[in-house]
Ligand binder design. Structure first.
Ligand SMILES: Nc1ncnc2c1ncn2[C@@H]1O[C@H](COP(=O)(O)OP(=O)(O)OP(=O)(O)O)[C@@H](O)[C@H]1O
Length: 504
């Protein structure tokens, strides 16, 4: 659709653009990225003819752009520039009518019924119909941007050049505009060549991107190119981290400010408080911990300050456990947005709390255990899930700095410690009669202070991994023993009671 071949140009010597090549294919969304002053707008000016090409060539549908008349170009290509200065006091409708100009025929060049219907359509699409008769100068910056897009769409171009089209737009209108463009691309085959500043937005909407650096392309490729953070650091000179969007397979970039927002180093042992009642256990930290968990709320990887384990009745059943947990937290003035919530039918008095320092690493384990629903995951028939509560809830807090990989490692180490404790206590799956590997609804959280040197591994091959396995083993072993004692005592008491009743 648009081929840029060894393009050189600028305002004087030396040129700003130094021999770039690119091919924008028909129907694709191609985005030009680069810092301020890197030459993005200059490329557009060379393509549109606002600036003379010093060397190289640009082809529009295989025709050299310099051989096309202004009108021929306008029939194929519409441009939305940053300069929204319209000198005359046109109304919105009149501005949009200008978009039809290249298609008007005859001496008088009047708008036809088709032109007017199309204008109404683009005004509706861009949500500006209400401003139809309003002078352009009397609408806001964001509304002006939508009017200029409507004008460009009214031109019915094959390719649309957009120079920062979302400038002035709030997030709702940014996404509305880009969704609209994407729809035009997908349904009408419109080719889009856009300059965008927001790398995350570019990742969500573009098919391919080009990264411009000092008038040259450093990278041209699909949006996965945005995972090359070293290139981005070089070009933008910021500390950037590439992560996957949580719900769609696109990279998203996270920036770390130069000014430090991490707290001064603090004493782990002084940084938390544990509150325990019959209804709940609440661990509150002074600083947020980086956490990984499968809690009812606060799941996944998060930064959290409050960690709660709520007691529920054995027959607890609810359609919306997260809502329940949030309600219980609100009742106790615990901000659930910063909290992890678990639940258990285990008597909370039987909790085991172990605080230990292993090889200089401070750990805190808080475990409640019930094995009424013990399961051997390797033997249970794969049929209906078991969802009753009789669970092992493990909270483990560590004064260390883990990578995301080490967090996952840490979960493995904790699980290995738990399974070994069940094995040593000879806990069996009542259904399969084989050794249990856990219970049907176990929950776990690992919370890290992220203080000190970064640790990339936390498996059994590491000191911290073994410390995790051993503290979880100890806490689970003890908590399970307490549970078994209580259950056996209960059984004994019930037996005694019925014996006495029989005697009577
Ligand atoms: N009219 C002009 N005359 C001379 N130099 C100019 C002119 N316009 C821009 N430049 C220079 O050309 C270089 C590239 O500018 P350009 O506008 O293409 O950058 P850009 O990548 O679009 O930047 P931004 O993200 O800030 O819009 C800059 O160094 C700029 O100062």
């Amino acid at each position: 659709m648009l081929r840029i071949q060894n393009l050189v140009g600028g305002y004087s010597h030396p040129p700003i653009i130094n021999g770039i090549d690119a091919e924008i294919k028909k129907g694709e969304f191609f985005t030009l990225l680069g810092p301020n002053g890197s030459g993005k707008t200059t490329i557009f000016k060379l393509i549109t003819g606002q600036l003379p090409i010093m060397a190289g060539e640009v082809f529009l549908s295989s025709q050299s752009i310099s051989s096309l008349s202004k009108l021929d170009k306008a029939k194929k290509m519409a441009v939305l520039t940053q300069e929204a200065n319209v000198s005359f006091d046109y109304t919105v409708e009149e501005i949009i009518a200008l978009g039809r100009y290249p298609h008007q025929t005859g001496f008088l060049k009047q708008l036809t019924k088709h032109d007017m219907a199309l204008m109404d359509h683009v005004m509706e699409m861009t949500n500006i119909t209400q401003f139809k008769k309003t002078p352009f100068r009397m609408i806001s910056g964001g509304e002006k941007q939508r009017v200029l897009l409507a004008k460009a769409l009214a031109q019915e171009p094959e390719i649309l050049l957009l120079d920062e089209p979302t400038n002035h737009l709030d997030i709702k209108h940014t996404f509305q505009m880009l969704d609209l463009l994407k729809e035009q691309q997908q349904t009408m085959g419109l080719t889009i060549f856009a300059i965008l500043h927001d790398l995350n937005v570019a990742s969500l909407y573009s098919d391919r991107i080009a990264l411009l650096h000092h008038g040259e392309f450093l990278e041209v490729g699909d949006v996965e190119t945005l995972r090359k953070v070293n290139q981005l650091k070089k070009v933008y000179e910021v500390d950037v981290l590439s992560q996957s969007h949580p719900t769609i397979p696109k990279p998203q970039l996270l920036l770390t400010p130069n000014h430090s927002i991490s707290p001064q180093p603090y004493d782990f042992k002084e940084s938390y408080e544990i509150k325990q009642t019959k209804e709940f256990i609440h661990v509150q930290f002074n600083h947020p911990l980086k956490s990984i968990s499968n809690g009812v709320i606060g799941d996944g990887i998060q930064w959290l300050t409050h960690f709660c384990n709520f007691h529920v009745k054995k027959n607890y059943h609810c359609d919306d456990p997260p809502k329940d947990v949030q309600t219980w937290m609100t009742k106790r003035n615990i901000p659930f947005e910063q909290a992890l919530g678990m639940m258990t039918a285990v008597i909370l008095e039987d909790v085991v709390i172990i605080e230990e320092k292993v090889n200089g690493i401070q750990l805190l384990a808080i475990v409640t255990a019930g094995v009424g629903n013990a399961v051997d995951i390797t033997k249970q028939p794969i049929t209906e899930p078991v969802q009753t509560i009789g669970t092992i809830n493990t909270m483990l807090f560590i004064d260390a700095h883990f990578t995301d990989g080490a967090l996952v490692n840490g979960l493995l180490s904790a699980t290995e410690g738990k399974v070994k404790a069940l094995t040593d206590l000879n806990i069996k799956d009542p259904l399969t009669k084989s050794m249990a590997t856990g219970t049907s609804t176990d929950a776990v959280v690992l919370g890290l202070t992220q203080q000190g040197e970064k640790t990339p591994y936390a498996g059994s091959g590491t000191v911290v991994g073994r410390a995790i396995g051993q503290i979880v083993y100890k806490a689970t072993h003890e908590a399970t023993k307490k549970y078994l004692l209580r259950v056996n005592k209960g059984r004994y008491e019930r037996k005694e009671e019925s014996r006495c009743n029989r005697k009577d």
